[in-house]
Design a protein around this ligand. Structure first.
Ligand SMILES: [Zn+2]
Ligand SMILES: [Zn+2]
Length: 201
């Protein structure tokens, strides 16, 4: 069964296929926190320890059905990951690597809220936690299940690399691997200001 995906205002809509194969995790890293501040929604995106609830899946499992022209992306630095969001209402959608051959997207919980089904029922419980040292307070790790989940990713990554499945992605142009929109890359000053906001939040 497909799981619905949409931005908060409903302009951008789509779905995630094979939700049962996705892996849910929480990232506490400073970059993810800075991104939540960039969008102006730290209270909606981050949990009380500064963690972002992320559902990791293959990009080929993500389909946009309307409003894709509002899909845009930014990066915290010239080499940072591409962080895709809906420009209509600043809803975070998902994070990808810069190289589309790394077939991975971490979808943010905000675009996967559905009245009919909870995240737990659709994607299962959190099985992965990363970036704990940047968390607020002392988030507990999940070392064993995190390692198992990462090994699972590596396997899928290699498989999509070999069978060309990485070319099936709504985030990149399959012919030349360029992102579908030019990422807005923050200047060092812009980035520093967000990091200050992370410290005081
Ligand atoms: Zn929107
Ligand atoms: Zn992170």
């Amino acid at each position: 069964m497909n799981h619905p995906l949409q931005c908060q205002c409903g302009t951008l809509k789509g779905y995630v296929s094979h939700p049962e194969t996705a892996c849910r995790g929480i990232c506490y890293c400073k970059d993810c926190q800075a991104y939540a501040h960039f969008l102006g929604k730290p209270g909606e995106i981050l949990d009380e320890m500064g963690g972002s609830d992320v559902i990791a899946t293959l990009p080929q499992n993500v389909t946009f059905t309307q409003g894709v022209e509002s899909l845009t992306c930014m990066s915290l630095s010239g080499r940072g990951m591409l962080r895709w969001y809906a420009s209509c209402c600043n809803t975070p959608i998902g994070n990808t690597a810069r190289d589309f051959k790394v077939s991975h997207v971490g979808l943010l919980h905000n675009c996967l809220q559905a009245p009919s089904i909870s995240l737990d029922s659709a994607f299962g419980p959190v099985r992965m936690k990363v970036g704990m040292k940047s968390g607020k307070g002392s988030p507990k790790g999940m070392a064993v299940s995190t390692t198992v989940a990462i090994l699972g990713f590596m396997t899928r990554l290699i498989r999509t690399r070999l069978n060309g499945g990485y070319k099936l992605t709504p985030f990149f142009n399959p012919d030349d691997g360029r992102p579908r929109v030019q990422p807005k890359v923050l200047t060092p000053d812009e980035r520093a200001r967000l990091m200050e906001a992370v410290e005081v939040f």
